[in-house]
Design a protein. Structure first.
Length: 366
């Protein structure tokens, strides 16, 4: 039986960031990833936005770790040559009452520590985005975009450089917890770990149950995208968002450029039971036209084609209920650290999440 100090279950952005953050001289860290390569699920099926930290309730982990993680992520991307752009973001207002909601959003952002927000008029909107029409908007200059797949590769390299043992194609089959650790069984071997980090994304509830941790439910939420085609591929140079729903977590279908010059619209929201179903009953491209026209009035159906999909790991059963990240030493299984329910802004917060997880691991192992 292989003996290690720490097993991290899940090789997405969060698991890889945790692998790099928890590595220490003399500490054996092993990462299990069920797929043949890391970061193939939620980590790379998203909008690729580096969020400022505007939306989330003050004092929530999402607010705190997004604001902390944003600048850390920008520095990491710069140091590791990950394609990214601090391009800013516009959140558009429509009706008169929407201006009040913009002002409330600024107040929330400021209370979260986002100190560079401002409301801009129609002329400034046109200057920033000539194809966007709005009487007024919220301008967030610290928002950006990042190439998620390149970020996964950089985090993978960083973890490997710190001598983390990375095991792709190696799912957790079962586990036996004990007072001194957890026996992790994979298809190839049994590993005894003094501590376990649950960074299993869509499968975090199943991993927690297997390791003897607290019970919770992950609700798979599929989001679909449409891609801009032809001359419209460069129609915007920064993310353009509607005002978010008054309650819950859905930020609305937004328009986002990529670092390689494409533009996509999405994601939609569809809660489903299947954690693997990315394609069944896809929306028609026409379903994206009205939401996109609210941001870019000249868009026609023929300007769009169906794009990718992603499935987010939600701790809330519907889009009107806020759920925070679950990052803690498990109250039932003290050898288990939870890093679960990491939906947006998990990409932005990945390094600050990893730092928090690392501190919890140190309390167990040191």
């Amino acid at each position: 039986m292989e003996e290690v100090d720490l097993v991290i279950v899940g090789g997405g952005i969060i698991g890889l960031a945790c692998a790099g953050a928890t590595a220490r001289p003399g500490r054996t860290v092993c990462l299990l990833e069920r797929h043949s390569r890391p970061g193939t699920e939620t980590s790379t099926h998203n909008s690729g936005v580096i969020h400022a930290g505007i939306y989330y309730p003050t004092d929530s982990l999402k607010a705190q770790l997004c604001v902390e993680g944003r600048e850390t992520l920008y520095r990491f991307c710069q140091a590791h040559k990950v394609p990214h752009l601090r391009c800013g973001k516009l959140i558009l207002a429509g009706a008169d009452e929407d201006e009040t909601r913009l002002e409330r959003l600024i107040v929330r952002g400021q209370s979260n520590g986002v100190d560079d927000l401002e409301i801009v008029d129609a002329d400034r909107v046109r200057h920033l985005e000539p194809n966007v029409t709005s009487r007024t908007a919220l301008w967030s200059p610290s928002t950006g975009i990042v190439e998620a797949e390149a970020l996964v590769r950089a985090l993978h390299r960083e973890a490997a450089a710190r001598e983390t043992l990375l095991l792709p194609g190696m799912p957790l089959v079962s586990a036996d917890p004990s007072a001194k650790g957890v026996e992790i069984r994979t298809p190839a071997e049994t590993i005894h770990a003094r501590a376990v980090v649950n960074a299993a994304g869509l499968y975090a509830d199943e991993v927690s149950a297997a390791v003897g941790g607290r019970q919770f439910t992950i609700y798979p939420c599929r989001g679909e995208y449409a891609d801009f085609v032809g001359r419209n591929r460069g129609l915007v140079g920064r993310p353009v968002y509607p005002l978010p729903a008054p309650a819950g977590e859905h930020l609305g279908v937004h328009v986002t450029p990529t670092t390689w010059g494409n533009v996509s619209a999405g994601p939609t929201v569809h809660y489903q039971n299947d954690k693997r179903d990315y394609e069944r009953d896809r929306l028609p491209v026409e379903a994206f036209v009205d939401p996109v026209r609210a941001l870019l009035p000249t868009i026609r159906p023929e300007d769009l084609r169906l794009g990718g999909t992603g499935i987010r790991a939600k701790l809330s059963p519907n889009e009107t209920t806020f759920s925070d990240f679950l990052i803690e030493q498990d109250p039932v299984q003290p050898r288990l650290i939870q890093a679960a329910g990491i939906d947006s802004p998990g990409l932005t917060a990945c390094l600050s999440i990893a730092r928090r997880v690392s501190a919890l691991v140190d309390e167990i192992l040191d």
